[in-house]
Design a protein around this ligand. Structure first.
Ligand SMILES: [Mg+2]
Length: 108
């Protein structure tokens, strides 16, 4: 069975939804219930976990500090995901196998 590389959004998915304009809140973001347990479960079964976020690389220090303090296991964080508005959607095209999940209320 193939391992999965999880690309997990941060804002609105593992913690409260904070826009980059309010980056001063990143350090005190509230984790969403169940998100820590879910990420730990994925990681502990041997899958790979990368966070994929629209936060920019200038937010790397506060973001990774927050992930570490709260105990989220991960191998890397990809910054600068294109920001999206409510009348847009992501669609990923790749020559490798991709699955996507829309999780409006977090990883529960
Ligand atoms: Mg988000």
């Amino acid at each position: 069975m193939k391992k999965t590389i999880w690309l997990i959004d941060i804002d609105g998915t593992v913690c409260e939804d904070i826009p980059n304009e309010e980056a001063y809140r990143f350090g005190t973001a509230k984790p969403l219930p169940g998100s820590l347990a879910k990420v730990k479960e994925l990681y502990s079964k041997g899958d790979r976990v990368t966070f994929f976020t629209s936060r920019t690389s200038e937010h790397a220090e506060v973001t990774e500090e927050w992930l570490n303090v709260h105990g989220y296991p991960y191998e890397s964080v990809c910054y600068n995901k294109p920001r999206i508005s409510d009348d847009e959607e992501y669609h990923w095209i790749d020559n490798k196998s991709v699955f996507a999940s829309f999780l409006p209320e977090g990883l529960r």
